[in-house]
Structure formats: structure tokens, C-alpha cells
Design a protein around this ligand. Structure first.
Ligand SMILES: CC(C)(COP(=O)(O)OP(=O)(O)OC[C@H]1O[C@@H](n2cnc3c(N)ncnc32)[C@H](O)[C@@H]1OP(=O)(O)O)[C@@H](O)C(=O)NCCC(=O)NCCS
Length: 184
């Protein structure tokens, strides 16, 4: 059996971040983050701005499905700075797909994402997760370095799987994986 039900009620604490379950009231914040330059370029494959309505619907669907979706807050100030979420890939809730972003640029490069992702992975691997995978655009150096620092290995390359509408460019997407027994 994998991660527990009602997972979004969990409070997860790192050394410099605090994670709490997302609610519909966070839709505007998440839409703003997704429209920020780097998140839009490195984590989304679309040519249209992200709307609040789409995020409200996405949050509602995720909560109905009991999939993990957390806001990342700076521990000291409680300011929301990003999100981390997981698609559940199997009926046992033990294989997960990780997605994440820091939406506040001034918090990047200071260890906040590492701290938050390490804390949530520790919580999930300690509570039944067997495997976490992630996808990363091959030109996303910060995203790739962060995943490798967390212990992820590259398991494959999906050639020309991504597409940029604005430049009409196809790009490769890397697939990475991390098993519970490898995590520390
Ligand atoms: C990827 C992202 C979450 C990293 O967050 P962060 O808080 O800046 O990362 P951290 O400060 O915890 O850094 C962790 C490691 O990532 C690497 N890293 C972070 N920013 C980097 C940058 N701009 N360039 C190169 N490497 C970088 C470093 O190796 C760092 O470890 P080190 O400090 O020990 O060298 C953030 O840049 C972001 O939100 N980007 C846009 C969205 C996105 O790319 N999402 C991921 C999709 S796979």
C-alpha cells in the first residue's frame, strides 16, 4: 500500500520551508506563478496565458482525486513561494510523477526548492511510496541539477516530445526516476 488517503491534510516541514495542502483560493496565485517567464518557459508547453479558471478547475479535480498538491511556503515568513504536486500513477498509490516550480523569482537559487522537495520526498518514501519519477525539458539546467541533487537518475530521453508554439521548436524531454531505497 502506498501513500495514505487525504494526503493533502499532511503538514510537511523542511529546514527552511513549510508545505500545506492547496485550496481553490490559491488559484490566482498559481496562475500568476505559471505565467511568470521562467515557469512558463521551463515547465509549460503552451502558447496561451494560464487562466485563474483553469487553475481553479485543476485544483478541484486534483483534490477530488486525492492527489498530493502542496503550496511551498518560506518557513520564516510563511509567504507562499511555489508548489509541488504529484500525479498518482498506480492503484496502490506507490508510484508518483513529480511536478514543481518556485513562482517567486527572488527565492530561486537559495535552496528553497531543494529543501521543500527533499522534505516531501522524505515524507512520501517514509509513508509507502516506492518510486517517484519526473520529466524535465532537456535545456532546463536548474531543474535537472535540482533533480540530480535529490538523487534522481536519468532513465530516458523522449526525443522531440516537447514543442514551443512561440518559436515552433521541438525539444527533447528527459525522464528521471528515484526509488525509495536510493533516497537519503
Ligand atoms: C527549478 C527550480 C525549482 C529550482 O529552484 P531553486 O530553489 O532555485 O533550487 P535550489 O536553490 O534548491 O537549488 C538546487 C540545485 O539546483 C541547481 N540550480 C538551481 N538554480 C540553478 C541555476 N539557475 N542554474 C544552474 N543550476 C541551478 C544547483 O545545482 C542547486 O544546488 P547547489 O546550490 O548545491 O549547487 C526553479 O528554478 C524554478 O522554479 N524554475 C522554473 C520552473 C521549473 O523549471 N520547474 C521544474 C520543471 S522539471
Amino acid at each position: 500500500m502506498g501513500i495514505p488517503e487525504n494526503i493533502n491534510t499532511a503538514k510537511i516541514r523542511g529546514e527552511k520551508t513549510l508545505l500545506n495542502g492547496i485550496t481553490g483560493e490559491d488559484a490566482q496565485t498559481v496562475a500568476d506563478w505559471k505565467n511568470e517567464d521562467e515557469v512558463f518557459r521551463f515547465a509549460l508547453s503552451t502558447d496561451k496565458p494560464v487562466t485563474v479558471e483553469s487553475q481553479r478547475a485543476d485544483i478541484a479535480r486534483t483534490l477530488r482525486a486525492d492527489e498530493p498538491y502542496f503550496l511551498i511556503r518560506a518557513l520564516e515568513t510563511r509567504k507562499p513561494i511555489g508548489y509541488v504536486r504529484f500525479d498518482i500513477l498506480d492503484n496502490e498509490r506507490s508510484k508518483l510523477l513529480l511536478r514543481y516550480a518556485l513562482g517567486e523569482p527572488e527565492y530561486r537559487g537559495k535552496g528553497f526548492a531543494f529543501d521543500a522537495l527533499h522534505a516531501v520526498l522524505k515524507h512520501f518514501f517514509g509513508n509507502g511510496a516506492l518510486r517517484v519519477e519526473a520529466e524535465c525539458y532537456d535545456f532546463n539546467e536548474p531543474g535537472l541539477k535540482l533533480l540530480k541533487k535529490l538523487g534522481f537518475s536519468i532513465e530516458g530521453r523522449k526525443r522531440k516530445a516537447g514543442y514551443y508554439y512561440s518559436t515552433c521548436m521541438h525539444f527533447d524531454v528527459l525522464v528521471l526516476g528515484l526509488l525509495g531505497e536510493e533516497f537519503n
